[in-house]
Design a protein. Structure first.
Length: 280
């Protein structure tokens, strides 16, 4: 299932997704984005509906009332319909995406870049940390668009590790030039997971504190599941109102080149997954 449906399933059941698992999902997403960027491509449409997740459930031996997701799940990025090379900008002025995952400079009419993918990663981090889409309790309209452009971001994540919150905010920087590259982010997140070495004692303590917060937190029935947070839309302004219609995507680049690049990415991702399985 996609990541959005997965977290809605989690919120409606007695399941805890540990912080270790959340960090492992994040690391897999980062490796996927790194592969895309290394081939000179920008995804342009990163949101939970385009992230597939295979989960593994295990009962905790000490508490049979709750189930825990293990760190053996696999996350993968899908839907390359809007993907294009960095140096190839569409003349199409239409914007497609899910509003909370679209970088503010894109909402202002600037072209997609690797930095705009990094902003989307920050919103995916919020989803991983809370189970909710950023601004899930607000209508996706012109007013929210302007608030994002002016620098408004969701509040801090309750109980999240400080290092996680700090990185998420850096991904959300309103200046694209201030955002980290995916390579820099990968080097940081490596220190949070067992890749290749165990995290430091300081990191372990923060993760343990966050895990304890999760266990003490009451479950909630709030759900942000709706089409707006799960489907890519065309966004446009009409009399200062933000509207959404299903997109008719026009691809304006060399499809044969993209197919070759995607095949190369798939092979590289398969090799990485194979190496990870062999090392575990």
């Amino acid at each position: 299932m996609d990541l959005h449906r997965f977290f809605n399933h989690v919120k409606k059941s007695s399941i805890i997704v540990t912080w270790n698992e959340r960090l492992n999902i994040l690391y897999e997403l980062i490796m996927g984005i790194a592969t895309i960027h290394s081939h000179g491509l920008v995804h342009q449409d990163l949101h939970p509906g385009n992230i597939l997740y295979q989960q593994h459930v295990a009962k905790n031996v000490l508490s049979f009332e709750k189930h825990y997701y293990t760190n053996n799940g696999k996350a993968s990025i899908t839907d390359f319909g809007l993907c294009r090379t960095v140096d190839k900008h569409s003349n199409n002025t239409k914007i497609y995406g899910v509003l909370p995952y679209i970088a503010p400079e894109i909402l202002m009419g600037k072209p997609f870049t690797k930095a705009s993918d990094i902003y989307s990663l920050g919103s995916l981090m919020y989803k991983l940390g809370t189970g909710y889409t950023p601004f899930y309790d607000m209508p996706y309209d012109y007013h929210l668009c302007m608030r994002i452009i002016k620098g408004e971001r969701p509040p801090p994540i309750d109980g999240a590790p400080e290092f996680y919150e700090k990185l998420m905010r850096r991904c959300w920087d309103e200046n694209p030039e201030n955002r980290l590259t995916i390579e820099e982010i990968e080097e940081i997140v490596k220190t949070w997971v067992n890749s290749p070495n165990e995290p430091s004692e300081e990191i372990k303590k923060e993760i343990e504190k966050a895990e304890n917060f999760l266990k003490s937190r009451p479950s909630t029935e709030i759900s942000d599941f709706n089409l707006e947070t799960n489907i890519t839309y065309q966004l446009y302004f009409n009399d200062r109102k933000f509207s959404k219609v299903l997109p008719t995507i026009e691809i304006e680049f060399d499809m044969s080149r993209l197919d070759n690049l995607i095949n190369e990415m798939k092979e590289e991702l398969e090799q990485n997954n194979s190496s990870n399985r062999n090392s575990s």
